[in-house]
Ligand binder design. Structure first.
Ligand code: GLN
Length: 561
């Protein structure tokens, strides 16, 4: 077998303040390098101590992005996938917590042979091994985003590790990009470079000398400010770039291309490749500019205080409108404020209703009220994960004559838990058993990652996808309870997608065919899915369910008005 290529690494750090769009800038650069014909992937290093963001409240850290192989990761990985259209994996996201836990596990196994375990070299070696593990995938180039801001105590071990990495790999194989902030002072009418100077000074004090500086700010650098940064930060003027605020993130690849960023990077790392074709990005931006109608969609959720909680969802809805030259309006409603007596008033003007994923009982009644409204008023509806579960509960209560229908998540010993937890579950009558072991801890007790789903012929879901077998990403503990399959389907609920039977391990005790998608036949478009389709939507390839949902919303509204 041929040896994998030796990948080259681009390390991206951030200075001055957080939320500068480091992930987006890195992803857009990755897209340009991919457009040069290079094999590119990305990695995020997060300095916090959680093993992964899976247990974090979305209000603090935004959405948890899930990869095909079931890693719960930072939302920046969503940007990477949307810009590169390359699937990320468990290797693409490391937190300090994960690094430390690997080090501590090795210590317990005696792998350090009685030595004193220290940040340098043990933690830094572990970080470097994590970064270098990306090379196994035969890549030309890997972009590594170091989370946090230079100067934070927390990110020091990561920065020390990447400093060493450059030394280990050599200059020709490793490049540092520092993204900084250039505030504009209206009183003096100037872009101020001092914060950038200080953050580069900080970086250099730990031995990292940036090769390229990207200045985020409200306007393009003037030749004077560029020269000043070059002089004070000790980089050539042609290695100082502007990243001007953009209204639309998909303009970034073109903007960075115009700046010549990817050409400079390619030259410094001798990456080769052809002149990138940025026409698809230009076409995408042109398509967005052409959007002539608005499609208001009501999102009835529970994490609206931080809109980053719905990052991929928002993107996917946006993508879903593009084929119709429509701009989707993301109208958020706090489920806790939605009640049977105000739901009609709140959701009346929406063309469609979407209930997204979520955890815990807070807001469930509001979601069910919204679903009831969408079902009975023929508003197109998409339920995602918790949204599907609430749709099944609403249907069971209102249509199937099961007033006590509930989810085990909200009522542990409920009379009719149409949504239930498979953990520890075994039905002696059918021989069906749970997928997971009950001993799993909170971080591992979910069905995570990509699972196959076979679509039922003749359904709306099958029509949307246009294929029989799909793979979608999951993140949940609870499932449709197969014990209620007959009762609910006999009342008109349609199962439009099911997991294929799984003959693994013990064919005498097969796992149940999990219900993955439900819909209603006598409704314009009412679909619930147990997975998260938003993770797989791409700007140039909108997800079939979002496209179909937005299309149905437009059509139904036209019919009614
Ligand atoms: N709370 C539900 C579960 O754990 C739904 C999760 C979700 O919406 N991602 O099954």
């Amino acid at each position: 077998m041929a040896r994998p290529k030796r990948a080259k690494y681009i390390i991206v750090t951030g200075g001055v303040l957080s939320s500068l769009g480091k992930g987006l800038t890195a992803a857009a650069l990755g897209a340009l390098l991919k457009a040069r014909g290079l094999k590119v992937s990305m990695q995020k290093l997060d300095p916090y101590l959680n093993l992964d963001p899976g247990t974090m409240n979305p209000h603090q850290h935004g959405e948890v992005y899930v990869t095909n192989d079931g890693a719960e990761t930072d939302l920046d990985l969503g940007h990477y996938e949307r810009f590169l259209d390359v699937p990320m994996t468990r290797k693409s996201s490391f937190t300090a917590g994960r690094i430390y836990s690997q080090v501590l596990a090795k210590e317990r196994r005696g792998e350090y042979l009685g030595g004193t375990v220290q940040v340098i070299p043990h933690v830094t070696d572990e970080v470097k091994a994590a970064i270098l593990s990306m090379s196994e995938d035969d890549l030309d180039v890997v972009l590594v985003e170091v989370g946090g801001t230079v100067g934070d105590i927390e990110s020091l071990p990561f920065l020390e590790a990447v400093r060493q990495l450059k030394f280990d790999l050599g200059r020709s194989h490793c490049l540092f990009i520092h993204l900084s902030y250039l505030p504009f002072l209206s009183t003096s009418g100037e872009l101020k470079s001092k914060p950038t100077q200080h953050s580069v000074k900080e970086l250099r004090s730990i031995g990292i000398h940036p090769d390229i500086i990207i200045c985020r700010g409200p306007m393009t650098l003037t030749p004077e400010s560029r020269a000043k940064i070059a002089l004070f930060c000790d980089v050539p003027a042609d290695a100082v770039f502007s990243a001007v605020d953009v209204g639309n993130i998909y303009e970034l690849p073109e903007k960075l291309y115009e700046e010549g960023l990817e050409r400079k990077v390619s030259k410094l790392l001798n990456l080769g490749g052809q002149e990138p074709d940025i026409a698809p990005w230009q076409a995408l931006v042109a398509k967005q500019a052409k959007r002539s109608k608005k499609v208001p969609i009501a999102i009835v959720g529970k994490y609206g205080e931080l809109m980053d909680s719905y990052k991929s969802l928002k993107e996917a809805l946006g993508h879903g409108g593009l084929p119709y030259e429509a701009e989707v309006e993301f109208n958020y409603f706090n489920a806790e404020e939605v009640r049977p007596d105000n739901v009609a008033k709140l959701l009346k003007s929406a063309y469609g209703v979407l209930v997204p994923g979520g955890f815990g009982i807070r807001g469930i009644d509001g979601m069910i009220a919204a679903i009831h409204y969408a079902r009975t008023q023929e508003k197109p509806f998409l339920g995602i994960c918790l949204g599907l579960q609430c749709a099944v509960i609403e249907f069971a209560r209102a249509v199937a004559g099961l007033p006590y229908a509930n989810s085990e998540e909200f009522k542990e010993k409920g009379r009719d838990n149409v949504i239930f937890r498979m953990t520890g579950w075994y039905d002696p009558n059918t021989g069906l058993r749970a997928i997971r072991d009950p001993s799993d801890d909170l971080g591992g007790s979910m069905r995570l990652g990509s699972y196959p789903c076979r679509l039922t012929p003749g359904t709306k879901a099958r029509a949307a996808y246009g294929v029989d077998l799909i793979h979608e990403r999951h993140r949940h503990r609870y499932e449709f309870n197969p014990r209620y399959l007959k009762t609910l389907t006999s009342c008109g609920l349609v199962v439009s997608g099911q997991g294929p039977e799984d003959p693994l391990e013990n064919p005498a005790m097969p796992r149940p065919k999990l219900v993955e998608i439900i819909e209603l036949a006598d409704h314009p478009w009412f679909v619930g899915c147990q997975f998260h389709p938003e993770f797989k939507s791409r700007p140039m390839n909108p997800h079939p369910l979002f496209k179909a949902f937005v299309g149905a919303a437009i059509k139904q509204n036209a019919k009614k008005s």
